[in-house]
Design a protein around this ligand. Structure first.
Ligand code: BGC
Length: 467
């Protein structure tokens, strides 16, 4: 972990497919989301509007992103987390490197550094190269080599300047959520979010290959004596058992914790898999076997830091019709955030759990944020009022700092997101930004949460200043 200062980084996060656009520009190849949106018309099928990331918020255009970096400076960001489009760098996902794509990211890194902003680079935020996805994606064991080789190209290109790499973003959501929604829509099913135990069992080997690819990439990073740190960003959902007097609900919550939280956490820190979750998946898919040699590879390559993506706890009950008997969708809040009930204390408790159960690793909050719908996006003269988002960010930043005071080794906090952008299945119908984007004109307008976060960062910078 050479070359990383222990300074706490205040930042914001984004992902390539959600912001870049330029889907066929600059030699970029296609990713699975280009197919999901353009060919399979997934957003149209789920939310009734045909949206794609073809243009998104146009950050592939340097003139645009330089203005955006201006806003980051105005906000006072120490760090900006963004992801690379794998097929912008390797149009086919493997083989020929696209020099123009590499140059684009290299220049973006230089432009951030020139503005005094630390780049945090995610290698994979769900945009699997389309051709390789058709060849099985993470289901194909060759994906381990594909990914490691892609990572090596990135380390060659950016490793002299970037000190924080994140291998993957939210494997569980990619494999057990987004791909299953896509599958349901392709199959013409009426309920996009209704998954089966059979589907979960079938996806399990893909998750295993991804975790192996993560381990092999960490090994590659170390083999090169690369400076800096490498981590993974996990979607962590502390579980709350609904009606806990029913044993089946307690069991469902424990299994949910095993699947979503313990599986990747145990893998990247302890080199083990939780037996309860693995057994439940194997019961559905007897072909899902975990060779000891694979576990040895995973054990030998723990990550340097953990990226925590936290939105809400998961409220769980048993549902015989749910995948593996789990139902985790209820949100009892009167004012509902899109990504679940607002519970900042659950973030605090999660951070304490990571400190106590996983050896107090360096942690970065790599995503935290919220969207509440039109009622929290209200134009008032020049201002856009989003008091619920502002309050959400303030309370979660406080929960983070409280855990830090209690000894958690937390290195930073990134809001999701700086800008409104392409919200996957929901297209442009859900906003998460501290900056409003007019998707027709690309005009940016800071919201109330932007000013709240600016004040919060400024206050902390003052408090942290020497003397
Ligand atoms: C994802 C982001 C997404 C955000 C808000 C996270 O799970 O990593 O890409 O936009 O949630 O829904």
């Amino acid at each position: 972990m050479a070359g990383v200062a222990k300074q706490f980084l205040w930042g914001a996060a984004s992902a390539a497919y959600q912001v870049e656009g330029g889907w066929q520009d600059g030699g970029r190849g296609l990713c699975k989301w280009d197919i999901y949106t353009n060919e399979e018309r997934i957003t149209e099928k789920v939310v009734g509007v045909q949206h794609t990331g073809n243009v998104a918020i146009n950050t592939q255009d340097r003139a645009q992103y330089l203005k955006d970096i201006g806003l980051m400076r105005d906000l006072g960001l120490d760090a900006y987390r963004f992801s690379l489009s794998w097929p912008r760098i390797l149009p086919e996902g493997t083989g020929q490197v696209n020099g123009e794509g590499v140059d684009y990211y290299s220049r973006f890194v230089d432009d951030l550094l020139a503005a005094g902003i630390t780049p945090l680079v995610t290698l994979y935020h769900w945009d699997f190269p389309a051709g390789l996805f058709a060849d099985g994606g993470w289901h194909n064991r060759a994906s381990i080599d594909w990914f490691r080789d892609y990572a090596a190209v990135v380390f060659d290109a950016l490793g002299d300047r970037v000190r924080h790499f994140i291998t993957m973003n939210e494997p569980f959501i990619d494999i057990f959520y987004m791909d299953l929604i896509a599958e349901n829509m392709r199959a013409g099913r009426s309920e996009p979010y209704r998954f089966t135990s059979e589907q979960y069992g079938r996806q399990a080997p893909a998750m295993h290959n991804l975790l192996l690819a993560n381990a092999e990439t960490v090994a590659e990073f170390r083999r090169r004596g690369q400076e800096g740190m490498i981590g993974i960003a996990l979607p962590l959902y502390p579980t709350v058992t609904l009606d806990p007097e029913k044993p089946a609900n307690v069991a469902a919550a424990k299994l949910t914790d095993g699947l979503i939280n313990r599986w990747p956490l145990d893998a990247v820190f302890k080199g083990t898999y939780p037996q309860d979750a693995i057994a439940a998946l194997q019961a559905e898919n007897p072909d899902f076997v975990v060779p000891e040699a694979d576990m040895a590879t995973i054990r030998a390559n723990p990550v340097d830091f953990l990226g925590v993506n936290f939105y809400s706890p998961a409220l769980v009950r048993h549902d015989p019709a749910g995948p593996l008997g789990i139902d985790r969708d209820a949100n009892p809040d009167a004012i509902k955030s899109f990504n679940g009930p607002v519970r900042p204390e659950a973030l605090h408790d999660l951070l304490i759990r990571i400190r106590d159960e996983f050896g107090n690793p360096p942690v970065m909050i790599t995503e935290n944020g919220a969207g509440f719908g039109d009622g929290d996006e209200v134009r008032d003269g020049d201002l856009i009022r989003d008091p619920h988002r502002a309050d959400y960010i303030r309370r979660h930043a406080e929960a983070t700092l409280r855990a830090r005071q209690e000894g958690c080794d937390i290195r930073g906090y990134m809001v999701w997101s700086l800008f409104d952008n392409f919200e996957w299945i929901q297209g442009y119908t859900r906003r998460f930004g501290m900056v409003h984007v007019d998707f027709d004109t690309q005009e940016r307008t800071p919201k109330q949460s932007f000013f709240l976060y600016r004040d919060l960062i400024a206050r902390h910078h003052r408090d942290a200043a020497p003397g």
